[in-house]
Design a protein around this ligand. Sequence first.
Ligand SMILES: Cc1ncc(COP(=O)(O)O)c(C=O)c1O
Length: 382
Amino acid sequence: MRVYLDHNATSPLRDEVAEAMLRALRDLPGNPSSIHEEGRAARAAVDRARESVAALIGVQSQDVLFTAGATEANNTLLLGLLGARSGGVGHLVTSAVEHPSVEAPLEALERAGWRVTRLGVDSEGMLDVAQVEAAIEPETALVSILWANNETGVLQPMEQIAALARERGIPIHADATQAVGKIPVNLGEIPIDFVSLSAHKFNGPKGVGCLVARGDPAFEPILRGGPQERGRRGGTENVAAIVGLGVACELAQRKLPDRMRDRAALRDRLWEGIEAKIPGVRRNGSADRVLPNTLNVEFDGAAGELLLQALDVEGIAVSSGAACHSGSIEPSRVLIAMGRSPEAARGSLRFSLGHGNDAAQVDYALSLLPDLVERARQAVGA
Ligand SMILES: Cc1ncc(COP(=O)(O)O)c(C=O)c1O
């Protein structure tokens, strides 16, 4: 049996999404920019998806700019919009635990002369709102914060950070890629100017997402070409993928409370089982301010990569935050930022639950873990 516990990496398509995409591929041959009937039908499907995204997160549909995923959304904001707005260089506030698709464009901005303040997190992975406040300067052009951490699931206090930025008149961006579809993200209630999201993290297709930009700000497109997306992103729309994103949003809107309850129950079952059966374990990140589907565990003294591979052989897919660079395993910079040692970080794994998981699968993983952890510990000692 295969047990997929890596839904934060990507998640399987829901049947409803796949069926809607197939219908779009088959029945919507037109280009949304064409004015004939085929074009109008494709345009209507794209517009309907835009409405569905907007309804899920509480914004106007014209605020939604479709992209090829959250990486493009983050780049569009940081490299396209920011340059156009400031007309020069300025200052940015962010965290030390951002996703690489935010961190890498920030590094590019720094090379162009921008100043970036990266705020640290505490041992629970949380930012301190007072530090955000203290970091804001008169020159600050944007505060950009990862809403839900992809590795630990830790949720930042976005309500407070957004209120603070609003008070100071500073635009705020949330990379909400791991939050949307997993917890309520309602910009009707939280005044956030820019949000990035990606369909494949909540049972939509890969390669489509959007940047939500409220208030019609000036854009310097990073993809120049045709007039698509009101001149903000050139290129014929990926109609079927956009339709899939729309349906994933509709499903998320209808099913969010059930999803949150079911996933939290499985996540807790997994953690309680691990804690009961395996000595020397520790949960990484806040246990209260965390996504319902995510559990990051440190197995003291174990080689995380070996454990990951051994689990894979037994049919269980999980992930580690470690990255392989030139043959050596670099520990997760998120866990390092939380004060864990490189060894502790290397012994940590992320379990992320989602559609298709059930209690029997969690119990199967729990039946194997004690032995596999023991072997992964011996490998380190050997
Ligand atoms: C927090 C976060 N931001 C951005 C991305 C990039 O998303 P995409 O795969 O759609 O480019 C990811 C995906 O791993 C993510 O977890």
